[in-house]
Design a protein around this ligand. Sequence first.
Ligand code: ADP
Ligand code: MG
Length: 259
Amino acid sequence: MTKTTTTTAVRLRGLTRHHRDVRALDGVDLDFAAGTFTAVMGPSGSGKSTLLQCAAGLDRPTAGSVEVGGTALEGLSERRLTLLRRDRIGFVFQSFNLLPSLTAAQNVALPLRLAGRRPSRTEVREALARVGLAGRERHRPGELSGGQQQRVAIARALITRPAVLFGDEPTGALDSTTSREVLAMLRRLVDEDGQTIVMVTHDPVAAARADRVVFLVDGRLAGELRAPTVESVAARMAGLEAPETASPGSDNPVGSLAC
Ligand code: ADP
Ligand code: MG
C-alpha cells in the first residue's frame, strides 16, 4: 500500500492567549504538515510571536491546544515540557542568541550536553557542515558574520533533530544578500532533509521561499496563500496593513474595503 497520508508536525486548535484585556491570540486553528515550510505574516502586534511562543511551549496559552509531533503540550508538567522543548523543538531568534564565550562547535553541542549526552566530534561537524559552516568549528560568535552566526544558531536548533524548527524573524537582522543565503539554506533543509519549518517574517521575499504563507490579524487567522510569490505576498500584506483606508488617488476606493 502506498503511504499517502501527510503527518502533522504541529497542530493548533482554538489557540488563545490573552494578556489581561489584550487578545494576543484569539482562537487559531492551524496544522503544519511535516516536511513543509510555512511563513507566518501579519501586521505588527497581530500575534505572530505569541503564536510561535505558544506553539513552541515557551508560553502557555490561555485556552486551546498545541500538539507537537503527536504530543499534547497542555497536560505536561514544567519538567516534561522543558524536555520536549529541548528534544523535539528547535527555535531561532532574530538576535541569534549564541553564547559568546563558546566556540561554534560548543554552541551547537550545547543542547546535547544539556541532555546529558557527550556529543561526538563528527556529529557536531556534520551539523555545522549541513548549514554550510564546515571548518568553522573553533570560531567564536564574535569572529563570525551575522549570517554565519545565524547558521550556527540553526545548527544548534537542529542538533537534536527536532520535529519542527521555529524561527521568529530569523533573517530580520541580516542584510538582503545574507538573508537570501540563510533562506536558501532553510529551503534546502526542508527539501533535502524533510525538516518542518515555521518562520515569522515581515519580508515578502522571505515568505515567498515557503510552501505556504498564513496571515494573522488581531490574533486571528486572516487567510493563507499556497505556492506564494513575492508579488502575491506583498499584495496580500498591503491589503491587511491598511484595510480600511483607501490610498489617495486609488482607482477604486470602495474596493479597498473588501476583504
Ligand atoms: P507580533 O509578533 O505579531 O508583532 P505579538 O505576538 O508580539 O505580535 O503581540 C501580540 C499582541 O499581544 C500585541 O498587542 C502585544 O502588545 C501583546 N502582547 C504580547 N506579549 C505581551 C505581554 N507579555 N503582555 C502584554 N501584552 C502583550
Ligand atoms: Mg513579533
